[in-house]
Write a protein that binds this ligand. Structure first.
Ligand SMILES: [Cu+2]
Length: 151
């Protein structure tokens, strides 16, 4: 229960790995989506770290498809600072916690994230469990994810 030491930021080697293996096996039909595979991963994407002020930080990436990278991550109860970077050249996305889907209401959201934008929100979580999130524009196309809060 003691405060944990702030981890140094950066270190930036991250997960090209999850991108390497096929993204969505269940993606039947394969619509004619933009050919741009997410060859570029923004720095710091995908890893939960603790900032110097003690707040947990996570950066997600979107691009010219309908996937959050990563689409799952885990935090401890407490404050979270979440950034979404949109590496797309075409698609605008957004970010919200799916209404009435998780164990608690998290009103923080990013209403619009144009190509090239990055935005950061902060919120506090108290309830352990799975907190589903989505891009409301593309939820029908499967652009969803899950933030797990540890018990
Ligand atoms: Cu989207």
């Amino acid at each position: 229960m003691t405060g944990r030491r702030a981890w140094p930021r950066g270190g930036g080697l991250v997960l090209g790995v999850i991108l390497a293996s096929g993204l969505l096996s269940g993606c039947g039909g394969g619509g004619p989506v933009a050919p741009a595979a997410p060859a570029t991963t923004a720095a710091g994407v995908g890893k939960v770290t603790t900032a110097e002020d003690g707040v947990q930080e996570i950066t997600l990436q979107t691009q010219d498809d309908y996937v959050f990278t990563p689409d799952t991550f885990t935090v401890d109860p407490g404050q979270v600072r979440l950034t979404v970077v949109n590496m797309a050249t075409q698609l605008t996305h957004n970010f919200r916690f799916t209404p009435k889907a998780g164990p608690e209401e998290i009103p923080a959201s990013i209403s619009l994230l144009a190509p090239g934008d990055r935005k950061t929100i902060e919120f506090t979580v108290t309830q352990p469990g799975d907190h589903p999130f989505e891009c409301s524009f593309h939820v029908q196309l499967g652009q969803v994810g899950t933030m797990t809060v540890r018990g």
